[in-house]
Design a protein around this ligand. Structure first.
Ligand code: ASP
Length: 313
């Protein structure tokens, strides 16, 4: 079994001027996650490190760079799950935390609950010493520009999936470590110009992510209202339980979401043997995977570029 980490930077359509930055971001994140696995670290540490890096990268819709709600504010969701114990932690609608994925992990590690939301999540963050940052520090010029554009008269207000597909950039990762433990992590600013208090798939166990050592792990991205209706992550693992490969199961889950509720999206998937897949039904999804000291990456359907993990990016 070869340890592996697979990272995504959100399903959708990556604007041309952001494609190089998005591709570089996922490759760097996969490399950071892989360094942990190569050093004998856990899959949970690897996915949290990879996703934290992407939260810090303003090219992605998570942490700094999150899309804004209708009031022009950041409201973020994040989830982690540990396939060994089925332990999971999530936060939703948090405003002023630089790395919601680390807070989600603390919910898993330090509380008896699975998900904390809004002000309660912030109070918990304070109690465990997670620093709060000024909410404006997470807002970028690009996210402000998307928000203003969506407010313009005649613009589709972000309540349909087609209006979303040009603006995604949610981040996520799955990994398998040397012990065969699988884990997932997903983090997002949600959909553009969403209603205040809207919580998407990312914070919902089985939708935005799921991990079980007996089957595998999935991190999802796409239109959350569609992902939640089909429980996308768990649906893919169900197909794997029925004997499908990671690749086939991922394709079946995405195809069902498209035919049943008209939803587009993408996933990264692993099984405990180290097989992996990065699949999407959207136009694009920046992704990268690291295994056997090789970095794989792509953004358009069918792409799988490779180079040695230690080559300059
Ligand atoms: N799934 C996220 C949400 O609906 C958005 C995305 O993946 O881009 O909140």
């Amino acid at each position: 079994m070869f340890p592996v980490v697979v990272v995504h930077g959100g399903a959708g359509q990556v604007p041309k001027e952001r494609s190089e930055g998005s591709s570089l971001g996922v490759r760097m994140a996969a490399r950071a996650g892989y360094a942990i696995l190569r050093g004998g670290g856990s899959s949970m540490d690897a996915v949290v490190e990879a996703v934290s890096q992407l939260e810090n990268d303003p090219f992605f819709n998570a942490g700094r760079g999150s899309l804004l709600n209708i009031k022009g504010e950041v409201e973020m969701d994040a989830i982690v799950m540990d396939g060994k114990t089925l332990g999971c932690g999530a936060v939703s609608a948090v405003l002023n935390i630089a790395n919601p994925i680390r807070l989600a992990r603390l919910v898993m590690d330090k509380t008896s609950h699975v998900c904390l939301t809004a002000e309660g999540a912030n109070r918990f963050a304070r109690s465990v010493g997670v620093p709060e940052v000024p909410p404006e520090s997470l807002v970028t010029e690009y996210s402000r520009m998307c928000w203003a554009k969506n407010l313009a008269p005649g613009t589709n207000r972000g309540d349909s999936q087609m209006s979303q597909m040009g603006k995604m950039g949610t981040v996520g990762a799955v990994a398998v470590d040397r012990q065969g433990n699988v884990a997932c992590a997903t983090s997002t600013g949600g959909v553009a110009n969403k209603m205040e208090g809207r919580v998407g798939d990312t914070a919902c166990i089985g939708s935005g992510g799921y991990a079980d050592n007996q089957v595998g792990a999935v991190s999802s991205t796409g239109y959350g209202e569609a992902i939640m209706k089909v429980n996308l992550a768990r649906l893919i693992l169900f197909h794997m339980e029925q004997g499908q490969s990671v690749e086939a199961a991922s394709g079946l889950g995405l195809a069902y979401m498209e035919s049943r509720v008209g939803g587009l999206g993408g996933v990264v998937t692993v099984d405990p043997q180290g097989h992996w897949a990065a699949r999407f039904s959207s136009l694009q999804m920046a992704w990268a995977a690291a295994q056997k000291d090789t970095l794989h990456y792509g953004m358009q359907t069918g792409e799988d570029f490779t180079h040695s993990i230690d080559d300059p990016l």
